[in-house]
Design a protein around this ligand. Structure first.
Ligand code: ZN
Length: 335
């Protein structure tokens, strides 16, 4: 394989200096309204001597807000003397998407979380992915990517990690998930891992976890509050923030198979038969989808293909064929 060219992104901060620095990841982006312009993605680096590095990101999808708010807050208030090692904070990883309030980038329409490992000579989103892949991820020991449902999904608040081949890393990831203390903790099944940031981090042998902390393209007091507390708790459990994590109760869920995902096979007006947190049995009605072009026609009914707790749901009132309507989890007695 030929050698990749260097990333076009440069940091205005020093990754090796002690103290707290606020700066930018600058990506040249020449365009109609700014001939020699740049995309300036905010970054904070807080360091106190030798120790592990945490890489914390939000707005991998631009319309998910709990993580980004918690990270602007942490970047402002976390002091170097509160930590051992280094904390790298990028509150809005896909900054153009975050500015536009959209899941994908308005520049190239790409989903950053399907763009890994990226390319240094690719589109804007591919260049961002490449910078994380080759510059930021190699610095990290613990990788935390904070997600929410965005404009089209709504979730029970949960923290999650994946089943991975390295059982030592998997156990450490699940330990930090437990410490986060979200109301729910999930052993997560991904429907599509190609190009996913977390998968890229896992393949490098990092301790990795993520969240889904709400949704609908907004946030609430309680969803942001639990994100702030959870993040500090997990970083305490990782030995990066000093002090003992507070013990918060959490209910573990599993997503053992593809039947956990329910997809629309019709387009129309969605009427849910269950709410987030409802328990369903196999064959129970999840939602009815009404055709909207005429009256006097039966709705189509979506049935649960397995039992479980409703942990995610489609958010907008209109649904299209192929949309994810609901996700189900299995309640576990213990981790
Ligand atoms: Zn997301």
């Amino acid at each position: 394989m030929s050698e990749l060219r260097p990333s076009p992104i440069s940091s205005t901060t020093d990754f090796e200096a002690d103290g707290c620095q606020h700066g930018f990841l600058r990506l040249p982006y020449s365009r109609d309204d700014s001939a020699w312009g740049s995309i300036m993605t905010p970054i904070t680096i807080i360091q106190n001597g030798k120790g592990p590095t945490a890489l914390l990101t939000g707005a991998n999808h631009g319309d998910e807000y709990e993580g980004t708010i918690a990270l602007f807050d942490l970047a402002r208030y976390l002091r170097p003397d509160e930590i051992n090692g280094r904390v790298i904070i990028v509150p809005a990883m896909n900054y153009p998407a975050f500015q536009a309030g959209t899941r994908t980038s308005p520049i190239d329409r790409m989903n950053l979380n399907r763009a890994f490992p990226g390319r240094p000579d690719g589109t804007v989103t591919e260049k961002i992915a490449d910078y994380f892949q080759r510059v930021l991820l190699p610095m990290a020991d613990v990788v935390v990517d904070l997600h929410s449902g965005g404009k089209t999904l709504d979730f029970l608040p949960f923290c999650a990690s994946h089943i991975v081949p390295d059982k030592v890393k998997e156990a450490e990831s699940f330990r930090l998930v437990q410490a986060f203390g979200a109301p729910y903790s999930v052993k997560m099944l991904e429907i599509d891992t190609v190009g996913v940031y977390e998968t890229a981090a896992e393949e490098m042998g990092k301790v990795v976890f993520s969240t889904e902390l709400g949704g609908g393209g907004t946030s609430t007091f309680s969803s942001v509050d639990r994100t702030k507390r959870g993040l500090r708790n997990s970083l305490k459990a990782a030995g990066i923030i000093k002090g003992k994590p507070e013990q918060l109760p959490t209910q573990w869920l599993d997503m053992p198979d593809a039947d956990c995902f329910i997809f629309a096979e019709h387009t129309g007006l969605i009427e849910f038969c269950v709410d987030l947190g409802s328990m369903v049995a196999k064959g129970d009605s999840i939602a009815r989808i009404w055709p909207i072009d005429r009256t006097g026609v039966d709705p189509s009914v979506l049935l649960a293909r397995r039992s479980g707790i409703v942990m995610g749901r489609h958010f907008p009132g209109l649904v299209k064929i192929g949309d994810c309507v609901a996700t189900l989890g299995e309640i576990l007695d213990r981790q």
